[in-house]
Design a protein around this ligand. Structure first.
Ligand code: MG
Ligand code: ZN
Length: 227
């Protein structure tokens, strides 16, 4: 076997192991009736700021918690903690994505009982987090206008399996060449079912709409589970 195909074999085994464990996680989340969002996007897309805005909108109506994935620091977790909801930090020590083993290990010390919504902020990266299922109900991707409207077409895997895309920093769009039409057109080509929201964490524009959408999804799920 060549070096390259050995490497390909190893990667595919890792992904297979991840998928087995994520299926187990998905069953556990379902049985505990927790709606789980795997939240992804580039570094600096504004994932943590979007989370802060969403928590303010949702925390009185939904029992929620956050898992913060980060390379080395707990900076984002500290910001979430200030919002008064449970948060737990995973440091990947340089690893560029979260995998289901990390989530599984952490859940042993993190009670899911009574929780309705768990948002996992993944490591900032538009590439490999897309390959690692974490047992989530939906994937949400943050794309800021400062990154450029070519990101969906350049990183299609990230958008293919997502349910929601949040186009962030919309207040800065006049300072950029970002075309909403271009980005949305490409997104619809990659994934026609993707729900798109435009948002600004600085002005609050679009935050209530996104919060309302997520709330409806969670309630819909609860009703299905109760039936
Ligand atoms: Mg962050
Ligand atoms: Zn990675």
């Amino acid at each position: 076997m060549s070096e390259l195909s050995k490497e390909v074999q190893v990667v595919s085994n890792i992904l297979k192991a991840n998928d087995l464990l994520s299926a187990e996680l998905r069953r556990e989340f379902k049985s505990k009736k927790v709606y789980v969002i795997n939240f992804m996007g580039s570094p600096g897309a504004g994932k943590t700021s979007i989370l802060e805005s969403l928590i303010k909108e949702l925390k009185d109506n939904v029992k929620m918690a956050v898992i913060e994935g980060d390379l080395y620091t707990s900076k984002d977790a500290e910001r979430i903690e200030k919002q008064g909801i449970p948060v737990i930090q995973i440091n990947t020590c340089g690893g560029c994505h979260l995998d289901s083993t990390m989530i599984k290990q952490l859940l042993d010390n993190f009670p899911l009982e009574g929780l309705e919504l768990l948002i996992i902020e993944n490591v900032g990266n538009l590439v490999c987090p897309a390959s690692y299922d974490l047992g989530e109900e939906i994937r949400m991707v943050a794309l800021s206008v400062t990154e450029g409207d070519d990101k969906p077409i350049k990183y299609p895997a990230m958008f293919q399996r997502a349910k929601v895309v949040v186009i962030n920093k919309i207040d800065l769009i006049e300072q950029t060449n970002f075309s909403i039409e271009q980005a949305l057109g490409d997104i619809k080509t990659i994934n026609p079912g993707l729900e798109a929201f435009t948002l600004s964490c600085r002005t609050g524009q679009g935050v209530p709409e996104l919060a309302q959408y997520l709330l409806e999804q969670i309630k819909k799920k609860e009703n299905v589970n109760d039936a």
